[in-house]
Design a protein around this ligand. Structure first.
Ligand SMILES: *[C@@H]1O[C@H](CO)[C@@H](O)[C@H](O)[C@H]1NC(C)=O
Length: 364
């Protein structure tokens, strides 16, 4: 297990700050908005497309500055629609749908919601060595795990246009271990991390979950979401510098450990015991429009987004997956979640899922 100080000293060495894909609202339900239900002819009809666009504009309360801008957005929308339609014919285990990003070009999406992620320092030295689930027998690990069903996962949250995914990923893992150890599922504050954990982490401009775990362990825990609500921007730290004499910190952790890299079995062993923070590449166009099913790419492994694995299972046709909680609101994907294919034979996992997993530790 890392001591907080040791982790802090590595801040200057590690270069990666997850820049976080942000999003305000989210996806439409396939039944309502997907192009399923529209014929080829419909999709070639200007009137039908305009009708679909107007529905989209109303649903997401889009306000364009001028008529020209609206026309430009309509062109982008049509291009995205074509992409969604083409991909839905091509991919077999998942599907895409229209969402609030549908009037953004992919470059705009990446620029607005991802930013530039520095290349990850790919050596292994900054990974902690202890892994408490090392000796877990794979034969004893359940075939399926879903921490949502065991009351260890709070509602899906929405980071909005702020590169704070690292805080959401961290907090979901802490909420999970706290619920498992104490039986009390309480939503905790991302804003507190954004405002106060500024030594290594960078608020709306990105951060890293391990730094956040070490901050929480060293600073007496995190307050509740209710007492320290989300602002979607960087604010002033509202906790007292030395401990929390004014108001008891809600939830403490002892520290954190890293899951051995590029090791699916290790991740499953950890996931069988608690939700786990993971980093992925989420900047692909299909990730942007993911609507449901078992996602299997395309994506690369340049980590740019922090999320939380909350279980795993096997879908029809034997597609094994990891259940991932995102922070783009409950309308994106499968009620805010994405099932990501596992068992692909790719050692670093789909979208780099196995490269940077870690979890908080807590004793009863
Ligand atoms: C759960 O934890 C929260 C935060 O510490 C606390 O306010 C609440 O009273 C607890 N609930 C129970 C049932 O213990």
């Amino acid at each position: 297990m890392h001591s907080a100080m040791a982790a802090r000293n590595k801040v200057s060495v590690a270069l990666l700050l997850l820049l976080c894909a942000g999003a305000c609202v989210a996806l439409a339900r396939p039944s309502e908005f997907s192009i399923v239900g529209y014929s080829e002819e419909d999709l070639a009809s200007h009137d039908k497309l305009m009708e679909l666009f107007e529905k989209f504009v109303a649903k997401y309360r889009k306000a364009y500055s001028s008529f020209e801008e609206k026309l430009r957005r309509f062109e982008v929308f049509k291009d995205n629609l074509k992409h969604i339609d083409d991909e839905n014919k091509r991919v077999t285990s998942y599907w895409l749908g229209l969402n609030e990003f549908a009037d953004l070009t992919h470059d705009e999406f990446k620029a607005a919601y991802l930013g530039l992620a520095p290349a990850r320092n790919d050596d292994d030295e900054d990974r902690s060595s202890a892994f408490r689930y090392e000796d877990v027998d794979m034969a004893g690990v359940p075939r399926e795990v879903d921490w949502r069903k065991k009351g260890a996962v709070t509602e899906v949250k929405n980071q909005g246009q702020c590169g704070s995914c690292w805080a959401f990923s961290t907090v979901a893992a802490v909420e999970g271990i706290n619920a498992i150890v104490t039986g009390n599922l309480t939503a905790l504050s991302e804003q507190e991390l954004i405002d106060c954990d500024t030594d290594g982490n960078n608020g709306c401009n990105g951060g890293l979950m391990d730094y956040a775990f070490s901050y929480i362990a060293a600073n007496g825990g995190l307050h509740t979401e209710d007492s320290y609500p989300y602002l979607m921007e960087e604010g002033t730290c509202r906790r007292s510098p030395q401990g929390d004499d004014d108001e008891a910190a809600a939830v403490t952790i002892s520290g954190y450990e890293d899951v051995p890299r590029n090791n699916e079995q290790a991740l499953l062993k950890a996931l069988a015991h608690q939700p786990v923070s993971v980093a992925i590449e989420a900047s692909g166009r299909n990730f942007q429009f993911y609507s449901g099913g078992v996602f299997d790419g395309p994506c690369d492994t340049r980590l740019d987004h922090g999320v939380t694995a909350v279980g795993y299972g096997t879908a029809m046709r034997g597609h094994d997956y990891i259940i991932v909680k995102n922070s783009w609101g409950a309308q994106w994907g499968e009620k805010g979640y994405i099932r990501m294919r596992r068992g692909t034979g790719k050692h670093d996992g789909l979208c780099g899922l196995y490269k940077m997993a870690s979890y908080p530790t807590k004793t009863a």
